[in-house]
Design a binder for this molecule. Sequence first.
Ligand SMILES: [Zn+2]
Length: 303
Amino acid sequence: MMDVATTTRACSLDLEKKPIPILKTMRRLRDAGFRVLDWYAPGCELLGDATRANQLDAWKRWAGEAREQAERLGLSFRQMHALDQDLTKGRDQVDHVEAMSEMSFHAAQILGVRCAAIHPLISKPGRRDRASCLKDNTAYFRRKSELAGRFGITLALENMLTKRYFDGRMEWRFCTCLEDHVELVQSIDCENVRYCFDVGHANYTNTDVRSAIAAMKDDLVAIHVHDNDGFSDQHLIPFQGTIDFELFTRTLAGDYRGDMTMEVLKGANGMPTTVADLALKTVYESARYLAGRVWHHKHKREE
Ligand SMILES: [Zn+2]
């Protein structure tokens, strides 16, 4: 059966909405049942500390402690969520994200991460047409893949979503449809740039799960699993929204070899610890159930 994993972001905010330190998060996710974690780098506690964030030693020390704790608890970090770039921000902010992104790769290497999910770039106003977005993203991710490669990391580009208005219309954004996603990865054309398929985003954008997974084939290296009602990106526990998880697991039973990575964000954050810990167990059980369905469909195929 495939391994079940969760983003560390699932247990990142306490009742007062204050960040939970990573060592505590790790222990609680292990107690919920998880053995494989996906490190949410944009939520790293170092990023909130302007002095330490700029010190490579601080990142290495931080990652070393997390790695030791992981070994003690029998946990492994295989995947991360990288820092996403937004070119609508000022020059300083854009440069800061690039610098922090490199620091986070140093930490990721110590943690043992091999794969980083990342969002396509948000282009500057005036370059929001499809051709410019494709060009900007191709150039950006060719550079990024070279950097990630130095740390032994594969980038998994994620399908995106966009703002939806009350009348149901959606704002245009690059990479919210399968055609953009496939063309972008093909255009980057680098060995270590593959796909992350987010099933929640696909539900929101009405993307057909079967066509998406068929198009990505062996290049699908990561999945993000959570649920929503199709109208907002709620990141709920599976079966709380409208996603057809039976169809999803049957489709995954083909060639996908990665983990069942949960990206539930609201299910356990901002709650009293006892309640949150029960919710995390529910997230774990839902992941196990889904991995079990994939196993079942795979077996039926082979019979
Ligand atoms: Zn995602």
